[in-house]
Design a protein around this ligand. Structure first.
Ligand code: 5RP
Length: 229
C-alpha cells in the first residue's frame, strides 16, 4: 500500500466509524488536508445519517458542498458529536502537531467544540516525540518578527511560510528544531506570546481515537489503550 492508498482507506474507515455514532439530527466537525479529503469523499455515502457539517477551512467547506453535504457555521450549532481530521505528527499520548495545511486555527476551534476527536493518520505520522515536523504558528502579520525572536529564545528556528495567507488573513511561521518534551507546557507558553493566533500543538485537546494503518491493516486505537506498538 502506498501512502495515498493508506489515506484513502483511513478516510473510508473514519466514515464507517462515525456511521455507528451518529443520529440524524447531529452535526459533525470536518478537518482539512489530503487525508481529510478522502474522509469527505467517503462521507458522501453516509450523508443521510447526519444533519450537516462544520468545516475547518474554506477548501473543506467547498468539498463538502460539492458532495451535497450541508455546511453550517459553528455559531449555528449547539454541539458537534465528532471531529475527524488528519495530523502532521501524533505521539503516544495522542498529542499532535497540525497545521501543515495552514488551517490550524479553525481546526483547533472545531476540535474544541467537538465531543470526540478522531485522528486519521497514516503510520508515517506516528512519532516517539513531537518535533521532527516543524511546528506551524499562525501569527498576526505585524507581530511576526516578535514571535520569531521569542521562538528562537525557546530553542527553535523560525521560517516564514512564503506566499501563505490563512483563511483568517494571517501568516504562518514554521518553527524547526524544537525540543518538545512537554507538549502541553509548550502549547501554553507559545500562546502567551503577543501576536500568536494559534500554535499547531494539539496537546491540551489531543485526539481521543486514532485510526492508523498497522501491519497493512487499519487499526483503531484509543488514548487510554495506547497507539500502535
Ligand atoms: C491541515 C492539517 C492536516 O491535518 C495535516 O497537515 C495533515 O495533512 P495530510 O492529511 O494532507 O497529510 O493540520 O492544517
Amino acid at each position: 500500500m502506498n501512502q495515498d492508498d493508506k489515506k484513502r482507506l483511513l478516510g473510508v474507515a473514519a466514515a464507517d466509524y462515525i456511521d455507528f455514532l451518529l443520529e440524524t439530527e447531529q452535526y459533525i466537525g470536518v478537518g482539512t488536508g489530503s487525508t481529510a479529503n478522502f474522509f469527505i469523499d467517503a462521507l458522501a455515502k453516509v450523508k443521510h445519517k447526519f444533519a450537516g457539517a462544520v468545516a475547518s477551512s474554506e477548501v473543506s467547506a467547498q468539498r463538502l458542498k460539492d458532495h451535497g453535504i450541508q455546511v453550517v457555521a459553528l455559531t449555528e450549532v449547539s454541539s458537534l458529536t465528532v471531529y475527524v481530521d488528519g495530523a502532521d505528527e501524533i505521539s503516544g499520548d495522542f498529542s499532535m502537531i497540525k497545521g501543515g495545511g495552514a488551517a490550524l486555527t479553525r481546526e483547533k476551534i472545531v476540535a474544541a467544540a467537538s465531543d470526540r476527536f478522531i485522528c486519521i493518520a497514516d503510520s508515517s505520522k506516528w512519532v516517539k516525540q513531537l518535533g521532527r515536523f516543524p511546528l506551524p504558528i499562525e501569527v498576526i502579520p505585524m507581530a511576526r518578527s516578535l514571535v520569531a525572536l521569542e521562538m528562537i529564545k525557546l530553542g527553535g528556528t523560525p521560517v516564514l511560510r512564503q506566499g501563505t495567507i490563512t483563511d483568517n488573513g494571517h501568516q504562518i511561521i514554521d518553527v524547526h528544531d524544537l525540543e518538545i518534551s512537554d507538549p502541553t507546557g509548550l502549547e501554553s507558553a507559545i500562546n502567551q506570546i503577543p501576536g500568536v493566533v494559534t500554535n499547531g500543538l494539539f496537546a491540551h485537546r489531543g485526539a481521543d481515537v486514532l485510526l492508523m494503518d498497522h501491519n497493512n491493516e487499519i487499526g483503531t486505537f484509543t488514548r487510554s489503550g495506547g497507539g500502535p506498538a
